[in-house]
Design a binder for this molecule. Structure first.
Ligand SMILES: NC(=O)c1ccc[n+]([C@@H]2O[C@H](COP(=O)([O-])OP(=O)(O)OC[C@H]3O[C@@H](n4cnc5c(N)ncnc54)[C@H](OP(=O)(O)O)[C@@H]3O)[C@@H](O)[C@H]2O)c1
Length: 308
């Protein structure tokens, strides 16, 4: 895990005075999920110069200074659709990890009165007409939570074309990582998987994987639960999602033999807590080794890896 979440990016010089200095590697590489793609390291680091004063318990007037140059990462995450249900959970989780966050959505700042909201730069705008100069310069990752339902044309436009436009822009601007919130296929029979919704999702996924073969992340959740805000009201989807997830986990051994049945995942695939999905995004932002396609269990595992 990188140090980016805990090391402030704004103070390049640190002076310490201590009798002993413990040296730890700045980058810790945990054993991590590496689905489908070869390992590749990327460094989004910048140099930080630290001056340490070593006294060895002697008088401070006789101390010597050691200059240490270290690589410390600072992250700037752009969340597309940050005002939505999943997007706002991503923004909140990123703020809690000390990551700089910019959100782009047509409605801009959501009507949420929680303190983390003030720490996000809310840009009102449409992915198709965005001023990417303002949004993407300096970004270290883009996470897209743009997607949804509607008629055939809208399904294509929001799930596929909007995300393809965003991936294209992110690549052009040299953003090193792109994370797409996609969807599980529910083990549906092929004729249903070929519906416009799933086809549009898979097209967007292909674009991410082809432009970001060694750093793109596709998260494929099922039903996402949490508190969804609609027109100022809160819909507690967790009242259904949480017990459902627990029951499925407790009965896993009995339901597993039924998994081969077409569409069985509509009943038996576990729902995903919106905060876990958001933490999986944070894991993707901060871990260079995390890329490829992530299923429900892998999303939950990735979330666990960054939970404190
Ligand atoms: N919720 C679930 O249970 C679930 C399950 C599986 C997968 N997913 C996927 O997860 C993603 C997020 O879902 P969600 O439930 O959070 O949806 P949501 O609440 O409707 O959020 C979608 C966000 O995208 C923004 N958006 C839409 N079109 C845009 C455009 N052209 N330019 C800029 N922003 C745009 C919306 O804001 P504006 O309208 O203000 O622009 C909103 O902030 C979707 O791709 C969805 O398919 C969701």
């Amino acid at each position: 895990m990188s140090m980016s979440s805990v090391v402030p990016s704004s103070s390049p010089t640190i002076s310490l005075s201590s009798s002993s200095i413990t040296r730890k590697p700045l980058f810790l590489s945990p054993p991590f999920i590496r689905p489908f793609a070869p390992l590749q390291h990327r460094f989004k680091s910048r140099h930080v110069k630290c001056s340490y004063s070593r006294t060895n318990g002697e008088e401070s007037s006789r101390s010597t200074t050691i200059d240490v140059i270290a690589d410390v990462r600072s992250e700037k995450l752009v969340v597309l659709g940050g005002s939505g249900f999943v997007g706002s959970a991503i923004c909140k989780a990123a703020v809690s990890k000390g990551i700089e966050v910019v959100s782009l959505s047509r409605s801009g700042r959501p009507r949420i009165s929680e303190s983390w909201v003030d720490q996000v730069s809310w840009l009102p705008g449409d992915v198709f007409y965005a001023n990417w100069d303002e949004i993407l310069i300096g970004a270290t990752a883009v996470a897209s939570a743009v997607g949804g339902f509607g008629n055939e044309e809208q399904l294509k436009r929001i799930n596929s074309e909007a995300n393809i436009a965003a991936v294209t822009a992110a690549k052009e601007y040299g953003v090193p990582k792109f994370i797409l919130i996609s969807v599980h296929d529910y083990n549906l029979p092929p004729f249903l998987r070929e519906s416009t919704y799933f086809t549009a999702k898979r097209k967007a996924e292909s674009e991410v994987l082809s432009r970001y073969p060694s750093s793109g992340v596709i998260l494929r959740p099922t039903f996402v639960y949490g508190k969804r805000r609609v027109d100022g009201f809160e819909i507690p989807l967790d009242l259904v999602g949480e017990p459902w997830e627990k029951i499925l986990s407790a009965t896993e051994n009995f339901t597993r033999p039924l998994n081969f049945l077409p569409a069985s995942d509509l009943l038996f695939a576990a729902p995903v807590n919106v905060d876990d999905l958001a933490l999986a995004v944070i894991s993707a932002v901060t871990d260079d080794d995390m890329f490829g396609i992530f299923t429900i269990d892998q999303i939950k595992q990735a979330a666990k890896n960054v939970k404190v």
